[in-house]
Design a protein around this ligand. Structure first.
Ligand SMILES: Nc1ncnc2c1ncn2[C@@H]1O[C@H](COP(=O)(O)OP(=O)(O)OP(=O)(O)O)[C@@H](O)[C@H]1O
Length: 229
């Protein structure tokens, strides 16, 4: 794939099986999607439909059993753990519902660590990253001292620490009230407006409403308009 015309992120026919004893779960069954720079794509679907598995494969944290993940047209999947980790550190921000921060480091040091791990010159100073999510005044706070909304924004600051072109978020607003969810969605939109490709897996109708496109998963497959009731 030509890197210039390629989508920021693409999944082609991903398969992922889990085996536990005699039982086999088909978490992804030929899942394909693309995310372009500047857009927010919401991945929705019932519990167990494969959203988290898909995100883990897209982030290069997990390996699909079949199919390929491309980052700017270059293959991310089926490469060494080290190569995937390097691509992720510099090019992909990942945000989970919780546990995005190391508990023994303050917020600022969490951002600094993310920048150090990327082993490249950070484009943005750590305090500026915190300022971009409205958290500069809480820079010295430890994760345990943050409110739910502050934790979500701090997690986003870590995910955005290296100005990634791709941001993947798994239920980032799952534990937030409506008002705080709107703030986080506004920050995701701001990241997209800066040119980031944003993919959010979520059950939340507010997340789906805030997205440019919705990809619905059921039983590890992307539902097309014809499949939907
Ligand atoms: N490590 C694992 N071992 C075995 N089965 C797994 C594992 N991880 C996920 N699964 C199974 O794969 C399927 C997809 O799970 P996944 O977590 O991706 O769904 P999800 O859509 O993210 O669900 P939720 O909305 O509840 O988070 C489920 O049937 C789940 O039980």
């Amino acid at each position: 794939m030509d890197a210039v015309s390629a989508p920021a992120l693409a999944a082609r026919e991903l398969y992922r099986f889990y085996r536990a004893g005699d039982e086999e779960t088909l978490a992804l069954r030929g899942t394909s999607l693309t995310v372009d720079l500047g857009e927010i794509v919401a991945v929705t679907g019932p519990s167990g439909s494969g959203k988290s598995t898909l995100l883990a494969c897209l982030a290069g944290v997990d390996e699909p059993d079949g199919g390929t993940v491309y980052l700017h047209g270059a293959r991310l999947s089926h490469r060494s753990e080290q190569a995937r980790a390097a691509a992720r550190a510099s090019g992909i921000g990942v945000l989970f519902q919780s546990n995005n921060l190391l508990a023994h480091l303050n917020v600022l040091d969490n951002v600094r660590l993310a920048q150090r791990l990327a082993r490249q010159r950070a484009h943005t100073r750590p305090l500026q990253v915190l300022d971009s999510v409205g958290l500069d005044s809480r820079a010295r706070a430890r994760p345990a001292q943050l409110s739910g909304g502050e934790s979500a924004r701090a997690g986003l600051a870590v995910a955005l620490a290296n100005s990634p072109q791709v941001l993947l978020a798994d239920e980032p607003t799952g534990e937030l009230d409506e008002q705080t969810e709107a703030i986080v969605l506004g920050l995701l939109r701001a990241a997209a407006e800066r040119g980031c490709a944003v993919l959010v897996a979520s059950h939340s109708p507010a997340v789906a409403a805030a997205a440019d496109r919705i990809v619905r998963l059921e039983d590890g497959r992307v539902m097309t308009a014809q499949d939907l009731p």
